[in-house]
Design a protein around this ligand. Structure first.
Ligand code: GTP
Ligand code: MG
Length: 512
């Protein structure tokens, strides 16, 4: 397809391939899950149903992405280990961490009612994710030891804390009692004060859960099993699962201490360049198939686009640093203000929470836009973050996306009109090969009596989502503090030309 003069903006995208022989681990963890679990009345310190839901999401992730061969989780976190020489998404860190967290989240929302039939989902759950690069299996082993140890420490602490709270202390007092206590003391406190033998508590709470893929006896089907093992990083556990040995290899010796320099690498995160506009672009994964399964209208399904827009509105309302967004087809770009300190500018944090929250909303809002259609499979989105150093380049980026919208929409409109008029898909493709914009418009006008310019503006120009301009005549005041409130609007307008930005100077105002 034709190149536009804006294509140069692609050169700002950074390479983030995890090189071989490194192994790739993805960890996801709940965002603001304390609030989420409070609002949904999760049992303390462990809610078995919530943990079962997490495990079933992990199983769905393993099922969808065969490159993931092992997973381990507890509380609101889950780690996924990819097979040794995986070529998943060309080993691009951002794509991998985003599609994993996106699918996990949309399955979480989809399956919610199976685990909590009486409890309506009132907040959109979201997770953040990151990649942990492991230079060898020894490092993967250390990582797993670290996570399982964390499960143990946190669970023991939380069990004590909630027993103290249930016995009448407030949270602060309970924290005070536990300050500086060791493992042994906590076990004694549980036993003496509450008659609880910590070791007899359910293994899922104390040891966490592994979801594993297992080939059934007939070897034609696979199944996903949940196991709770005392030491997931031991040689004996590993060698008991031949496929783990095959895909990842074994451990040389058992370890129980993690080297501090390894810990440092587990928590390391790349920061985006300061004082630059950050754009997070998300894109539906395999939406070609997704739109077929859900019988979206071709080439544009108005409701599907409105659903995407509703999720973008939710993102702008949720994340105050997002100042503008532009969407077309199955993609959306979110612009974060230049001096944003969101997630300390960690690329993985920023990308993952936006993609996860968007996915969550997509599933939650589905019924509002498709009341007659069932959501047949959970959607997922990939994401990336790119920095643009000046407002001019940022605007060229947005222009690039809008030109792309125009080119694709014009092509797709012609293509589907030709197909609907009886041509096969390959005939339609050949027919359009090498045609220019003008010729396509003529084709539409002459053969189908369509004036391209009269097609719905959302199809031709995409959707821009932003806080409305502070026009005093449109303001309405907030009764509580007398301040002006703004609202998020969805408009379909030309964002390539100056006029839009002149009419909305506050959007890209750097002094914001
Ligand atoms: P990846 O993004 O690489 O995972 O593949 P993809 O299948 O999502 O393709 P891509 O993102 O390049 O293109 C988006 C695809 O989504 C289009 O080719 C369409 O098939 C589909 N799609 C998006 N919006 C609509 C719509 O409104 N109606 C219909 N029928 N299809 C749509
Ligand atoms: Mg896509």
């Amino acid at each position: 397809m034709a190149n536009s003069k804006y294509e140069y903006v692609k050169s700002f995208e950074e390479e983030d391939e995890v090189m071989l022989p490194n192994l790739i681990v993805v960890r996801i963890e709940g965002r603001d899950f304390r609030r989420f679990s409070d609002d949904h009345k999760f049992e303390r310190p462990n809610d078995e149903k919530a943990l079962d839901l997490m495990n079933s999401c992990a199983a769905a992730v393993l099922e969808e992405y065969p490159d993931i061969v092992f997973s381990y989780g507890f509380m609101d976190e889950y780690s996924f280990v990819l097979k040794k020489k995986s070529k998943f998404y060309k080993r691009r860190a951002s794509k991998i961490l985003s599609v994993v967290v996106s699918l996990f989240t949309s399955v979480y929302v989809t399956k919610w009612k199976d685990y909590f039939p009486q409890m309506e989902l009132t907040l959109a759950p979201s997770f953040q994710s990151r990649i942990i690069t492991c230079a060898s299996m020894e490092v993967v082993q250390a990582y797993l030891v670290w996570r399982q140890n964390n499960c143990h420490v946190q669970n023991q602490y939380n069990t004590c804390l909630w027993m103290l709270i249930k016995s009448g202390k407030n949270e602060r007092e309970a924290e005070e009692v536990l300050k500086g206590t060791g493992k042994q003391e906590k076990n004694e406190l549980l036993f003496k004060q509450f008659g609880i033998n910590y070791k007899k508590l359910p293994p899922m709470f104390r040891q966490g859960s592994c979801v594993l893929r297992r080939v059934k006896r007939l070897k034609t089907e696979v199944e996903y099993i949940v196991v709770h093992s005392g030491n997931i990083a031991s040689r004996s556990f590993w060698s008991g699962h031949s496929f783990l040995m095959k895909e990842l290899g074994g451990f040389e010796e058992d370890i129980n201490k993690v080297k501090p320099e390894y810990l440092k690498s587990f928590v390391f995160e790349r920061k985006l360049m300061p004082s630059t506009w950050i754009v997070v672009r998300i894109d539906g994964r395999h939406f070609h198939g997704f739109s077929e399964v859900h019988e979206f209208e071709k080439p544009n399904d108005e409701q599907a686009l409105n659903l995407m827009n509703s999720c973008a509105v939710a993102v702008i309302e949720e994340f105050e640093d997002v100042v503008f967004s532009y969407g077309v087809s199955d993609e959306f770009s979110f612009v974060l203000k230049k001096d944003s300190q969101f997630h300390e500018r960690h690329a993985s944090g920023i990308v993952s929470v936006i993609v996860s929250f968007f996915s969550s909303k997509y599933v939650m809002n589905w019924k509002d836009f498709f009341p007659q259609k069932e959501l047949k499979k959970p959607p997922s989105f990939d994401g990336r973050a790119v920095c643009y150093p000046s407002t001019e380049i940022l605007r060229d980026y947005l222009a690039w996306r809008q030109v792309d919208c125009h080119i694709n929409n014009q092509y797709n409109t012609c293509f589907w009109m030709l197909v609907k008029s009886g041509k096969s898909k390959s005939e339609a493709q050949d027919y359009l090969k090498g045609t220019r914009a003008q010729e396509k418009n003529e084709l539409l006008a002459q053969q189908f009596g369509i004036d391209y310019q009269t097609l719905p503006v959302m199809f031709r120009q995409g959707s821009s989502v932003f806080w409305d301009k502070e026009d005093p005549t449109e303001r309405y005041s907030d009764e509580r503090d007398g301040k002006c409130r703004k609202k998020v609007v969805v408009e379909h307008c030309n964002i390539i030309e100056q006029s839009f930005w002149k009419a909305h100077p506050s959007i890209l105002d750097e002094k914001h």
